[in-house]
Every structure is written in structure tokens, then in C-alpha cells.
Write a protein that binds this ligand. Structure first.
Ligand code: LLP
Length: 430
């Protein structure tokens, strides 16, 4: 993975830093992000999605991993930023991110959040539904402000992924179906609003997708939809956002798409389709999250107890768990791991890596072959860069881990470890 190596002491090295030295310096559990790999991923997406004659934009889906340092990095790499809440928006604002490059999503944005977006100069609001469009119109009227919007539509494509992260089935909570008759009213409303500038549409068909076909299908359905919208409502689209969802490698059997080939085919299909349909699609956007950060991150854990059950199961207990990585418990995600202080040792036994939370489902890896693990070892779980830090919780009042960026042998802390005082910060004893 990225700049991961094994050094001459048999220790895992990430971005030129020894994992063992990182664990000593910053403590465990620790999220370690390979800064150069995140940057390379940004560049790869930008390059692959820049096709002759087409205006394109890569927008980073910040839900995958966000903090102020990450906002800086995304700004430096020249990507847009997708936010879905006041908190994500605030992080971008405070980091000095250019707010005109922010895209504000969400199926239930509050009026406060919409107002905040207008006040902070958010570039585009992705309106989820008819109700939201009316609220936004009213707010803009009150503030005498105009705003660019995209309408989130649901193309009814089922990507082959976990049901919880499918987002575009007909009954999905996101967007309005392209088959729904009320779309006409919504488009007309936007067309006649003095305040809302409807630029086009947005769709997103799911996450951790391995099949190129799903992306190509979305392109085809959306081109047909844009043609229909032009014919029926005389609406000519200026922008089409095709969402994110590019899958990454977590463990054996995962077979991600070749991003460059896939994006290039998507653009070709789009161009050819638009030509045949007699429409123009002046700007196209995509919104990858996981594929930018997933493989660039890993988590270091200290091993505490090891235990063999009466039933013969071997547990390796680590000092974190579902609080820093809920994905195994939530989605049945499968991760790979190694013993970071003895990377050259041969696997000897099958173990279950479990956390310290008071919950039987608090498992990180259900069965993995590792060298004999003992207390004091450091376990590195790979590919935890996406949806781990952002989905972490304080269950059992466990403080959230620190995040470090590593690059060329140097580590810098970008989020400090929570303390027990952080955990009680908002409490009142009486
Ligand atoms: N755009 C929209 C509108 C989305 O809803 C999402 C993800 C993305 C972009 C980015 O998708 P990505 O490229 O990261 O797959 N917590 C789950 C993933 C939920 C994704 C939700 N939406 C997980 O840990 O797998």
C-alpha cells in the first residue's frame, strides 16, 4: 500500500516513518495517513477526469475523512469539496477553504445550515427535494441573495454493494426519482425563481462499487434523462455531477476498477451520448471520497491481552475497536492487518482482533492468520483512511485517537488525541 515498506529491523514503515516509532511518540490507537498517497490519488483523479474539450471538476467527498489539515490539502490539490452538514461546512470555512468550491449536500439540511451556506458563500447547494427547494427560495428571498443549485435525482440504479450504502434504489431517501412526475413542478419552480439558478443535476449510485458497468449505466440513464428534461421542460443543463462510489481494495477478493480507464470511458460515453441525444453537457463533476483516502490510511493499535476461549477461539485484544472503526460491525467490512513490529515473521495462527468496548460485536477482524501475537505488539490495520476517523464515536466514553500525516520520514499531528476532559467537556454534574 502506497509508501508502506518493511525496514531493516523488520518494522513496518509508512511514509518513511517507523510504525513503532509513531506508536511510541503519539500513542495508540493512532490513525496514520500517508500524505503523499492522498495527494497522488487527488492528482490521479484530476488527470484521468480531464478530457479534451470537456470542463470537468473532481470534488472530494469530505465525509470520508475531514479535518482542517485535509481541507488545506484538498485546496492545494485544487479539488472541490462536498460537505453534507453544518459541521463539515464549518470545518472548511475555518480552514480558509475557498467556499465557492464547496458543494453542500444532504437530504435534510436545516434552515440554519442553509442560511449558513448562504452567509459563508458556499458555491453550490445540491437541493435534495421539492420541499427543500421552496425553503431555500424563501431564505434567498429574505436575504436577497442568489445561489447556484443542482437538483439531486435518483436514477434508480442498484449498484452491487452493501444495502446500507446503496443510495439510488427507487425508495432511497436521497433525491427525487427521475421517474417521478413532480420533477416537472420542481424544475419549473427553479426556472421561475429569481433566486435559484438551477445549473443541472446530481446523482450518486452507491459506494464501494467494483463494477464499471454501474457507472456507465448511470451515465446512460442520466444522458437520457437530460434529453427528456430538455424536450419536456426546455431545460438545458449546464452541469452534471455523477457522484462518487469508486471501490478500493480492503482484502483478498476486492477488485477495484481501473480509475483511469473507467473515468475515460465515462467521459467518452457521455460525450457520444450527448451528441446522439442532441444535448450539451458543458460541465461534468465526480465526487470520490473513499478512493482518495481509503488506502492512504492505516490504524496502529497496541495489543493488550490475548486469550483463547474454552471453545478454542483466539482473541487478540487491541486498545481501540468499534469506536475508531465501526465498519466491521456495521457493514461486515473485512480488513487486512499485520504485526507492525515483526513484519517478517511467518503467520502461525488464526486470530480474531477485537476491541475494548463492552459489546460482543466489537470486532475489527473476524479471522486473520498472524504470527504469534503477544501483549505489547503493535497491530497495523490497513486501508482505514476512509470512514473510520469520520465515523468514530465516544462509546464507553473512549477518547477518539489522534490523526497524524506522514510524509518523507516526518510525522505531523493534524488532530490531537481526545482526553478524558474532552469526553466530559459538555457535561453538567448538576
Ligand atoms: N457523493 C455522495 C452524494 C455520497 O453520498 C457519497 C457517499 C459520496 C459522494 C462518496 O462516496 P465514496 O466515493 O466515498 O464511495 N460510511 C460508508 C460509506 C457511506 C457513503 C455515503 N455516501 C462506509 O463506511 O463504507
Amino acid at each position: 500500500f502506497g509508501t508502506m515498506k518493511v525496514n531493516e529491523k523488520g518494522e513496518l514503515e509508512i511514509g518513511g516513518c517507523s510504525a513503532i516509532a509513531l506508536a511510541k511518540e503519539f500513542g495508540t490507537p493512532l490513525y496514520v495517513m500517508d500524505e503523499n498517497l492522498i495527494r497522488e490519488n487527488c492528482k490521479q483523479f484530476k488527470k484521468a477526469f480531464a478530457q479534451e474539450g470537456m470542463v470537468t471538476e473532481v470534488i472530494y467527498a469530505s465525509k470520508a475523512f475531514l479535518n482542517m489539515a485535509m481541507c488545506r490539502l484538498i485546496q492545494e490539490e485544487g479539488l472541490g469539496l462536498d460537505v453534507v452538514s453544518g459541521g463539515e461546512m464549518y470545518t472548511a470555512f475555518k480552514a480558509g477553504f475557498p467556499m465557492e468550491k464547496v458543494y453542500f449536500h444532504g437530504n435534510n439540511k436545516t434552515e440554519d445550515e442553509l442560511e449558513m451556506a448562504l452567509t459563508h458563500g458556499v458555491g453550490t447547494i445540491i437541493v435534495d427535494n421539492q420541499h427543500e427547494m421552496k425553503i431555500l427560495h424563501g431564505l434567498c428571498n429574505r436575504k436577497n441573495q442568489r445561489i447556484d443549485i443542482l437538483l439531486r435525482v435518483n436514477p434508480g440504479i442498484e449498484a452491487h454493494t452493501h444495502a446500507y450504502i446503496q443510495t439510488a434504489t427507487h425508495d432511497s431517501k436521497f433525491g427525487e426519482s427521475i421517474y417521478d412526475e413532480k420533477l416537472g413542478d420542481i424544475i419549473r419552480f427553479a426556472q421561475t425563481s429569481e433566486y435559484l439558478r438551477l445549473k443541472g443535476f446530481h446523482c450518486h449510485i452507491g459506494s464501494q462499487i467494483f463494477e464499471e458497468k454501474s457507472f456507465y449505466g448511470a451515465v446512460e440513464v442520466m444522458v437520457a434523462f437530460l434529453q427528456q428534461v430538455k424536450e419536456q421542460y426546455g431545460f438545458e443543463t449546464e452541469a452534471l455531477n455523477l457522484g462518487g462510489g469508486f471501490g478500493i481494495y480492503y482484502s483478498n477478493g476486492d477488485d477495484p476498477v481501473d480509475v483511469e480507464a473507467c473515468l475515460s470511458t465515462m467521459l467518452k460515453l457521455l460525450k457520444a451520448g450527448a451528441h446522439t441525444a442532441g444535448i450539451r453537457i458543458p460541465k461534468v463533476m465526480i465526487e470520490p471520497g473513499r478512493a482518495i483516502v481509503g488506502n492512504a490510511g492505516c490504524t496502529l493499535y497496541g495489543v493488550g491481552n490475548v486469550k483463547e476461549t474454552y471453545g478454542g477461539k483466539k482473541y487478540v485484544f487491541v486498545d481501540g475497536g468499534m469506536t475508531d472503526n465501526p465498519r466491521t460491525a456495521l457493514y461486515g467490512a473485512v480488513y487486512e492487518a499485520g504485526v507492525a513490529n515483526r513484519m517478517n515473521a511467518q503467520p502461525e495462527e488464526r486470530v480474531t482482533i477485537a476491541g475494548k468496548c463492552c459489546e460482543s460485536g466489537d470486532i475489527i477482524i473476524h479471522g486473520i492468520d498472524l504470527p504469534k501475537v503477544q501483549g505489547g505488539d503493535i497491530i497495523c490495520v490497513a486501508s482505514t483512511g476512509a470512514y473510520n476517523y469520520t465515523m468514530a464515536s465516544n462509546y464507553n466514553r473512549i477518547p477518539r485517537p489522534a490523526v497524524v500525516f506522514v510524509k518523507e520520514g516526518k510525522a505531523k499531528i493534524v488532530v490531537k488525541r481526545e482526553t478524558y476532559d474532552d469526553v466530559i467537556r459538555n457535561d453538567f454534574a448538576d
